[in-house]
Design a protein. Structure first.
Length: 133
């Protein structure tokens, strides 16, 4: 069985799904990610699905469940890299992905997480106009 790697970057866990997810692999990812949040004390999760060409109703529900479990464990989840065809399919299936934040890319996701929580080590610096010399 394939496993999806979960990388720790500062207070963020980064999941880049580069394989087609079957149901068993998706369930294993959900379990692995939950365990890593607890082990690392991460406050943010970024899930990159840009390599997925198809997301069925099970995978859509799994993304919602991951976001819900992460929130209970004090970590915000942002899904990035959703292709237009995937977004259209999810809407057609009636899946709104409640509780799942989305962003166009990882940089935007890191900005969202930096604004949402005090996330450290993600390389996001916010400079106010008053700070510019």
């Amino acid at each position: 069985m394939d496993r999806v790697p979960v990388l720790k970057i500062g207070d963020i866990l980064l999941v880049s799904i580069q394989i087609d997810l079957d149901d068993q692999t998706a369930l294993q990812l959900q379990e692995d990610l939950s365990e890593r949040i607890v082990e690392t004390g991460a406050h943010g999760v970024v899930i990159d699905i840009s390599a997925l060409e198809i997301v069925d109703s099970f995978i859509g529900r799994m993304l919602s469940t991951i976001a819900a479990v992460s929130r209970v464990l004090d970590a915000e989840t942002v899904v990035v890299g959703m292709r237009p065809a995937v977004a259209i399919t999810l809407v057609e299936l009636g899946l709104s992905l409640n509780g799942v934040r989305t962003a166009l890319n990882v940089d935007k996701a890191l900005e969202i997480l930096a604004e949402t929580k005090q996330i450290h080590g993600v390389g996001v610096i916010v400079v106010a106009e008053d700070d510019v010399v």
